[in-house]
Design a protein around this ligand. Sequence first.
Ligand code: KG4
Ligand code: ZN
Length: 363
Amino acid sequence: MQSFTFSRFANRFKPSQKLFSNKLFTAVNMVVLGIESSCDETSIAILDNGKILSNKIYTQKEHTAFGGVVPEIASREHIKKIDRLYRNALEESGKTISDIELIAVTDRPGLAGALLVGISFASGLHTATGIPTIGVNHLEGHIASVMLENDVPFPLITLVVSGGHSSIYRINGFGEYEILGQTIDDAAGEAFDKVGKMIGFQYPAGRSIEECAKLHTGSELIDFPIGKVREHAGYNFSFSGLKTSVKYYAQKLSPEELEIQKPLICHSFQQAIIKAILNNLKDAVRDTGIANIAMVGGVACNGTIRDALKATFGESVWFPSPILCTDNAAMIAKAGLEAWNSGDRRFPSMQPTADISRKEFRK
Ligand code: KG4
Ligand code: ZN
């Protein structure tokens, strides 16, 4: 096996190479191996020159019976699956380990035991081969997901809506982030999952709620409240009141009534989420003067929410393909590549932080 040394790469990629503001800097062609294991998806991807050669994803089914992710089970399943996914990804890409020029691994934020599996795997490969290895913030991975298929314009208002996060960023270029707002309680995906559990869907419930909502015909709408965050709280979200309203509404129904009303409940809940998202995005667009918008993260799979954004903001809205919205290693490889090209050399180290601002992110 050909071995790589850091210095060989250090010569090619001088830390003095600067991120060119307001645009992506992917001038350097590298073959990147991405590794993601922060929650309940184990994923390995290979990118060549920013193009996806392989993006193998295993979504753990083992948590369904528990109605949510069980951390210890997640770690064990990652351990069982990661090596097979790695081999399959290499095979599909037509590459061997000696072709890999950079390893990018999620090292924050996430479940500690789950993160450790990916980081240990990356560290093992690094020790055996000397391939340069970089730690990636999972949220920055989600942000990079929209850059895999699209030449997105900057500045960009980006909404990250997943099972763990609901945040709005102003992005001036890769690595240049300003957080405009975030949830003060539940994440949007978490609200989908918890409401789904209340009305009888399995975890994760986002897709089931979207499908069930489509069965609702007519104009009837339950007026579930959208979290009203204090006036001066910027562009923050609150979804816990909405979740509690659905709970009280569903509790009053008999099992038969609940079954009949499920499409109406799902539709009304989803519309409340859409209203909250649109309100904040409209305010952010008005106040910043930035018309370009991206939506990323698992909830961005939702076609009804996508359609609502398109109807409101037209052509200037960007989404990754659904397979790149939920957790995957291609987005981690992309974020690692962009970070590396901007001069970042942070070796993976576990941190619980979700902060992606440069000062915290580079520690
Ligand atoms: O990004 P992701 O895979 O994991 C985290 O980083 O959290 O997002 C998972 C979340 C889950 O809460 C799931 O219910 C939600 O994304 N989700 C959806 C849809 N598909 C997945 N939410 C709404 N509609 C969907 N179609
Ligand atoms: Zn995620």
